[in-house]
Design a protein around this ligand. Structure first.
Ligand SMILES: [Zn+2]
Length: 111
């Protein structure tokens, strides 16, 4: 059952909605102001939260086995942690590169 997020065009409130059946049923009214002009937005919250907690647990000084690097979600984690500690904002470009690396597209792009 997918969960979609809707952003209100009037007040900007974002509401999560579990969508049953067809997602063409129409956007729900804004729970805050009641406006009908809500639009669906990409729900990235769950993914981002997971990565944040992974980053929290990640210890760069600890030795990591082969299985660590086999997990694509760990790609770029060391670089991110380092940047976070230095207070550097890597920006969306880095995010895109990491995403590519994780999906294996980076290797294809370079060859
Ligand atoms: Zn609203």
């Amino acid at each position: 059952m997918p969960i979609y997020e809707y952003e209100c065009g009037r007040c900007g409130a974002v509401a999560s909605q579990i969508v049953m059946g067809s997602d063409r049923a129409g956007a729900p009214a804004c729970p805050q102001c009641g406006a009908r002009g809500t639009r669906r937005v990409m729900s990235t919250f769950a993914v981002m939260e997971t990565e944040a907690s992974r980053l929290q647990r990640f210890d760069p000084s600890q030795a990591r086995g082969e299985s660590f690097y086999k997990d694509a979600r760990n790609v770029g984690l060391a670089a991110k942690k380092r940047a976070q500690q230095m207070g550097v904002d890597l920006g969306p470009q880095f995010e895109a590169t990491v995403e590519k690396a994780r999906s294996g597209k980076l290797i294809k792009d370079m060859s």
